[in-house]
Design a protein around this ligand. Structure first.
Ligand code: NAP
Ligand code: MG
Length: 492
């Protein structure tokens, strides 16, 4: 795995290591920095400026100024759309560089960053570029001789806190609709993966985004993140991450009555009926849990397989899982890269131990690390799992799936819903009526029928229950970043 760490190459690739505030790259006011680790090797690649409260204050001041004065509030909606289009084009022009940076920082395979993360991030900006000049209000027929109409206005300065599993894509899901609506932004990337966000900041400047509109402030959750969620001059917080952090953010936001939207975790049921097309269901089970090394909030981590096919299905699934090529994130033939951090790696191995210690659960494949450097884990399947086991209840966020047996439709809807979460679900069957019945019965924000992990910038995504509230992507996300103003005109 030497290619990932050739010092010259990495040094050149990491162009920006400072905070981006008011259109400039600056050191943290405290002068502090933190180390950025390559999860493929466990070695530190560089140090990045560490924002805390004072820097969040400076970023918020810049964002407020840019919201109220200068070119941005005067910019027409169509020009904001053009700016978003330029960002999309710049992401694609720098696709290879961004993909390498993302693979080094997060550990995901270059084939995925090239073909999924980076193009999907660009597509999100393209999609919202198209919405900017279509944010229409309405004219409302009211009593009396009055004209009443509505306008969609920005929320103001928005704080955005994102996780490490899709660093650039999570940034795009938050920044694109926020700019579309005319807001300004203070964004904290995850401490594990700040690099693509800092390169993105440079691209914003190149795209002509006015200073202060986008501020990128890497740092830790307990300091920089907390300063955002409690800041008196931030109007809204959008967060993706763990539900417990979501709770902390909700409490902090209550003090200043911020609007909030939360995209939290999941323990999604992926349900395979006896009458499914088996090869595609196995492919769906594979992608459902092993895509992005299982570090996916909507991962199909509870695999319900009906009794009639259960044994053979899990056998073939394990056979295919064993053939996944785990290794160097920068090797184009790699199918599964590294887990993002030592902490995450150890957490996953801890859950694997918990699974091994369950009497009734049976290890069908995997169950160990790969190699002795970096944070690689073999795709792992436990069979014979029941919904009450910890490995079926808690979010592992790694390449570990629990296969659960079920008898019939009614039972699997009940069991599928027996979770605190409600982010996503999958249903595999050739019976179209059953597919829709089950999709309607599952309490989840997204249900995939005969597919899994299908995404589009145009389609809303978000959770039921402890998976959060608010919808990202699609027209729905614009509701998070605009507010309605009603205007009355006396026509007498
Ligand atoms: P997390 O702690 O919720 O982190 C998400 C973001 O929130 C990070 O930017 C984090 O900063 C920040 N944060 C942490 N504490 C905060 C606070 N008190 N106030 C404001 N912001 C705060 O998640 P994590 O530690 O990265 O991962 C833990 C688990 O969360 C994972 O194992 C997984 O189960 C789940 N997770 C879910 C998703 C998802 O998409 N739903 C994504 C990632 C992780 P730091 O960078 O300093 O942590
Ligand atoms: Mg954390």
């Amino acid at each position: 795995m030497a290619t990932a760490t050739a010092p010259g190459a990495v040094g050149e690739l990491i162009r920006q290591r400072k905070l981006f505030i008011d259109g400039e790259f600056v050191d943290a006011q405290s002068g502090k920095t933190f180390g950025v680790i390559n999860p493929g090797t466990g070695a530190e690649m560089c140090r990045v400026a560490e924002a805390d409260k004072a820097d969040i204050d400076a970023a918020t001041k810049a964002a407020r100024r840019a919201f109220e004065s200068g070119p941005y509030p005067k910019m027409s909606n169509r020009d904001r759309g053009r700016m978003l289009s330029r960002i999309a084009a710049l992401i694609m022009e720098n696709r290879e560089e961004l993909a390498r940076l993302e693979s080094l920082d997060n550990g995901k395979p270059i084939g995925e960053t090239m073909n999924v993360d980076i193009p999907a991030s660009a597509a999100t900006f393209e999609y919202y570029a198209g919405w900017a000049d279509k944010l229409e209000g309405s004219v409302i027929p009211v009593d009396g001789n009055n004209l009443n109409y509505t306008r969609l206005e920005p929320v103001g300065v928005v704080g955005q806190i994102i996780p490490w599993n899709f660093p650039l894509l999570m940034l795009a899901w938050k920044i694109a609709p926020a700019i579309c609506g005319g807001n300004t932004i203070v964004m904290k990337p995850a401490e594990q993966t700040p690099l693509s966000a800092l390169r993105f900041a440079e691209l914003c400047a190149e795209a002509g985004v006015p200073p202060g509109v986008v501020n990128i402030v890497p740092g830790f959750g307990e300091t920089a993140g907390a300063a955002i969620s409690g800041h008196p001059d931030i109007d809204k917080v959008a967060f993706t991450g763990e539900w417990k952090t979501g709770q902390i953010i909700m409490r902090a936001a209550a003090g200043t009555l911020k609007r909030i939207s939360l995209e939290l975790g999941g323990k999604s049921p992926n349900i395979v009926f006896d009458d499914a097309d088996i090869p595609s269901a196995i492919a769906g089970a594979m992608g459902g849990i092993f895509f992005n090394a299982g570090e996916v909030c909507c991962a199909g981590s509870r695999l319900f397989v009906q009794s009639g096919i259960h044994k053979e299905f899990v056998q073939e699934f394990a056979h295919q899982a064993n053939s996944i090529k785990v290794g160097d994130p920068l090797d184009e033939t790699t199918q599964q890269g590294a887990q993002v951090s030592k902490e995450q790696f150890e957490k996953i191995l801890g859950y694997i131990d918990i699974g091994k210690n369950e009497d009734k659960a049976e290890l069908a494949c995997g169950g160990e690390r790969v190699g002795d450097t970096g944070y690689f884990i073999r795709p792992t399947i436990f069979d014979g799992v029941t919904n009450d086991m910890r490995i079926a209840r808690e979010e592992i966020f790694g390449p570990v799936v629990s296969a659960i047996d079920f008898a019939d439709e009614e039972a699997v809807i009940a069991e599928g819903n027996k979770t605190m979460y409600g982010l996503a679900a999958g249903v595999w069957t050739k019976d179209i009526k059953k597919a829709h019945r089950v999709a309607h019965g599952l309490r989840a924000g997204t249900v995939w029928i005969n597919t899994y992990n299908a995404f589009d910038a145009a389609s809303p995504f978000g959770g039921f229950k402890y998976s959060g509230f608010g919808r990202e992507n699609g027209k729905a996300a614009l509701e998070l970043y605009t507010q309605v103003k009603s205007i009355w005109v006396n026509m007498d």
